[in-house]
Design a binder for this molecule. Sequence first.
Ligand code: AP5
Ligand code: MG
Length: 216
Amino acid sequence: MATFIVLLGPPGVGKGTQAKILSEQSGLVHISSGDLFRENIKNQTELGKLAQTYMTKGELVPNDVTIAMIRERLHHPDCKKGAILDGFPRTPAQADALENMLHEFDGHVDVVPFITAAEDILVERLSARWTCRANGHIFNEKFNPEKEAGKCDFDGSELYQRDDDKAETVKRRIDVYLDQTSPLISYYRDHDKLVEIDGMQSIEQVTRDLLNALKN
Ligand code: AP5
Ligand code: MG
């Protein structure tokens, strides 16, 4: 049976950072819905053009296209053992769709780590985030700087700041999270899957807490 880990938490809390580390340690592939949309935008696909109109405003891309994109991605052979899902599901409709997909892929959601941090910290982190162009590696000029300015430590590619990390768009993304995604907290708590993780700690300590939560 395939194992799926759903990382839940607000924008900037460290889902992508931790998903990359957990992926290396567990061998499960990291699937970020935001990264998939950004790749489509880069390649100027129809999906990318549509997604961009929502993402630049900090709004969610409609459920049907998001679900279809994730289903297609989960069909790839690298998902046979499961995946770490970062940014999906993000609405109750997406969570229901994931439940249905799990039957299709003979998988189950084991644990849903819910990473938390205060809103002012989220804003501070996102305004200082730099992302690598080639593979989405994540840095922070205050909290996790790259070794050589402007260059990814892992693949040497250029670092850039995401369009949606502007202060007013971050504010909107947090509101959208509170409004549309936070109902998933009780959804997964009711299913006995939720484990709360304090995302205000160091990156290393958050990883340790996540690994503990996944072990138990
Ligand atoms: P997405 O790309 O998923 O963005 P998000 O959820 O807003 O989350 P972020 O990527 O901003 O934050 P993160 O939690 O990954 O934090 P990170 O590790 O980078 O989605 C973007 C857009 O795509 C959405 O707005 C929507 O339009 C669309 N979309 C995506 N999925 C969708 C879906 N399912 N349905 C509909 N629409 C969808 O860390 C942030 C910064 O903090 C980094 O600089 C990092 O170095 C630093 N940091 C991390 N951890 C720590 C720590 N412990 N201490 C100090 N600094 C830290
Ligand atoms: Mg992310």
